[in-house]
Design a protein around this ligand. Sequence first.
Ligand code: A2P
Length: 344
Amino acid sequence: MGRTVAIVGATGAVGQDLRRLLLRRNFPYDDVRLIASERSAGRRLQFGDREVTVQALSEPDVFEGVDVALFSAGGSRSREYAPQAVKAGAIVVDNSSAFRMDADVPLVVTEVNPQAVDEMRRAIIANPNCTTMASMLPCKALHDEFGLVDMVATSFQAAGGAGQQGIDELLAQMPTLLAEPELLRRDGAAAAKLVEHRVHAATLAFNVVPWLGSPAQHGYSDEEMKLRDESRKILGLPDLRVSPTCVRVPVLAGHAIQIRATFTRAVDVDRAIAALGAFDGLEVCDRPTPLEWAGRDEVAVGRIRADLVDPHALNFFVVGDNLLKGAALNTVQIAELLIDRGLV
Ligand code: A2P
């Protein structure tokens, strides 16, 4: 067989999950290459029953002999090094936003649009944004049944979506504010100033922050625009109407999204629940919460309600672990798909 898999960003949060998932899912490989920055080069990491020395991404020939390279080291590293990996003969599965909207690069949620890998023209496949990813499973299940035309989506995103630094900032704020219950109730603005925030747009502990990402167009953030643009590409619905709002909440892992979806056909709730329950990778449950879903592979959908005014609309609440299905798991599933299709 002689298959070599590389992880770029192997020491990071997603990289750790990639290592764990390749082993847990018995990914068929013969050799593994763990790649990170020069800071980590030379470190030895356990991978199953072997010890692997971390190599620097800048090392010449680091992709020589690699068949599939899983990139999760940030967009600028992907832009610079993914083409080099491809030149060396690898197929790249990229977890950054660098290539997602490139017309020659499939953007794949494995349960939703696996056939898109056949349209790969640059030997690069992109892994979607974590909030979009979780939303796509129920949206596709319902689209097949009723014909999706409109989606109002409001996310509740975990601190961990901003990486380890996002988690560290939230945890550092907690003890100070926990000691100030009176101030939190009587003068929240003064309480918020007792701690520092750099990663999140405002103090996140004991709070809800209606902004994440960078400014894009018309008062929306780039995170919100990803939800619109990536949903359209994944579902193959270029005219899909999307009204996105992304909100940061003081949760460590697990994103949640409230969606009001509108369809061409009238919605029958029982049929909707049956379609959601039968969809691969989805689990229907009454009231899913991010805390109870952290560490789980499946995406949960609950609070499935007919709309109060529009018989063509349905309301539901989606929860998924942003590091698993939202990142590492789908990346590994794409690599498995490439093997199944004989592309690697
Ligand atoms: P390193 O640990 O050597 O810095 P996270 O998103 O959890 O911060 O992880 C980012 C991942 O991307 C880490 O594995 C990190 O490696 C890697 N990385 C960051 N900057 C670079 C770089 N300039 N070259 C290669 N890998 C990088």
